[in-house]
Design a protein around this ligand. Structure first.
Ligand code: MN
Ligand code: MN
Length: 467
């Protein structure tokens, strides 16, 4: 249904299903605070539902048949899964794509220092953040430290109630006269995002040699003791500073959810589930892509611009016995895709940036966007009207609440998605997504109804697209 408040039409049974799905989503969000953690969780969920690593299929020269379920991961940071369909692959796939990286603060490669009896990690933020939102709040440290011998130390510190958290200070209001005159962009500078990690000086070991930076040494001693890591090991680490704490229900009626990384895991998880929950053999081959690096331009080996998607489809095709180049190209050009990324939900507190009749409302279901981009639709995939008509029909046939929107008023701002990168294979692609408030803030807000309608929309699309 178009532009209705989804909550008004739910039966008790609908609400029960919604709540069950939301509880699963909350768990995913709480264990997947980095792209690596999301891929790990995706692999576990997929394997539990009978998916096998495509790499093993290839290695063993196995042939895939309709109904087979496989997945593939790239550098532990991006992920794809397929359910092989009855129809020949050249007829095309039904694809759901979204990203699993989120804005955050990364630890620098030479991060550790001491200043006036406090030990810090120096940082460099990732993606678009309002820096002032990240100070004076509990922060957790997630990621990996890879030692020269190849062994990997995994960290997720700051999430358990007994864990310590980390902290970036802000200037006290009493002394902030000058700071308060600055613009919001300048009030907290990127280079000032320094993470407090300790303050106890190391005990002197021998009497002869005086350690210069005792607090830093104290932290290093702990790191050595707890994790076996040396200062130089930070050189080959990927440590991400994210908000500490769990996803929470919001409101007396618990209709909303607040959590870190909704952009874009609020689309990734329902997309993943729609594919791995699929029972039996689909007509067309189903595919889900969870990609990395979207927040910094989809670049790199694990971003959507890389050949991971194409290479994996080629491997799948060969495993299905399809080796002719043009048939594999047809498989891609005949595919239908929903490229999902969060939509800028209409915020009554900041109504002036939206054009209300073309804005996505919380609780009105999944949002489709014919185009994204900025300044005259620049940089956007502009979905075909014929394709949009098919998607509308699928949503109505399957009783899914949806809306159609733009990101903002014309020329106010904008954003890009992975849609155009997939569309270059000449496949039908449309942007879709769940409306989010406070996008890119440490905690973002969504409606539970929209998450659930998103899941329903993806299931309907997988079932009926291209048929
Ligand atoms: Mn984003
Ligand atoms: Mn996004």
């Amino acid at each position: 249904m178009y532009k209705k408040n989804a909550w008004e039409n739910y039966s008790d049974q609908d609400r029960e299903k919604l709540n069950a799905f939301i509880e699963d989503y909350k768990k995913f969000l709480d264990r997947g605070k980095t792209e690596r953690e999301c891929v790990k969780a995706a692999i576990e969920e997929a394997e539990a539902k009978g998916f096998r690593n495509l790499e093993d299929v290839v290695k063993n020269h196995e042939t895939l048949k309709a109904g087979d379920r496989v997945y593939s991961a790239c550098m532990k940071k991006s992920f794809m899964a397929f359910v092989v369909g009855e129809e020949p692959l050249e007829k095309g796939m039904n694809i759901l794509g979204s990203h699993i990286d989120s804005p955050r603060i990364d630890v620098k490669q030479n991060p550790l220092y001491e200043e006036d009896d406090l030990a810090y990690l120096d940082t460099h933020y990732y993606g678009g953040i309002k820096k002032y939102q990240w100070v004076a709040r509990p922060l957790a440290l997630h990621g990996v430290i890879v030692k020269k011998d190849g062994s990997v130390v995994e960290l997720a510190l700051g999430e358990k109630p007994e864990d310590p958290v980390f902290y970036i200070t802000d200037l006290l209001i009493h002394l902030a006269q000058e700071q308060m005159k600055k613009t919001a962009a300048e009030a907290v500078e990127g280079e000032a995002l320094n993470l407090v990690i300790g303050s106890i000086p190391a005990a002197a070991e021998g009497e002869e040699e005086e350690v210069k930076e005792k607090v830093k040494q104290g932290v290093l001693n702990l790191l050595k003791q707890e994790y076996g890591i040396e200062e130089e090991d930070f050189l080959s680490a990927e440590l991400e500073i994210v908000p500490a704490g769990k996803t929470r229900d919001v409101g007396f009626d618990r209709s909303l959810l607040m959590g870190y990384g909704m952009d874009d895991r609020v689309c990734s998880y329902p997309s993943l589930r729609a594919v791995i929950d699929h029972e039996g053999t689909p007509a067309r081959t189903l595919c889900v892509i969870l990609t990395d690096k979207e927040e910094i331009g989809s670049v790199g080996a694990t971003g959507m611009e890389s050949n991971f998607f194409e290479n994996t489809v080629v491997e799948l095709a060969y495993a299905c016995g399809v080796t002719e180049d043009r048939l594999i190209r047809r498989a891609m050009s005949n595919s239908w895709m929903l490229s999902s990324d969060v939509s800028s939900g209409y915020d009554p507190n900041y109504s002036s940036v939206f054009e209300k009749k073309n804005a996505s409302m919380l609780g009105h279901g999944i949002c489709f966007l014919k185009f994204t981009g900025r300044g005259g639709k620049s940089g956007s995939n502009d979905a075909n009207a014929e394709y949009i008509a098919c998607v509308r029909r699928i949503m109505d046939d399957n009783n899914v609440d949806f809306q159609m929107a733009e990101l903002s008023k014309v020329d106010v701002g904008g954003g890009g998605t992975i849609a155009y990168m997939c569309a270059r294979y000449c496949m039908n692609v449309m942007d879709a997504g769940i409306p989010v408030l406070s996008m890119h803030a440490p905690y973002e807000l969504v409606s539970k109804a929209d998450v659930y309608e998103g899941y329903k929309a993806y299931c309907a699309f997988l079932k009926d697209a291209g048929v």
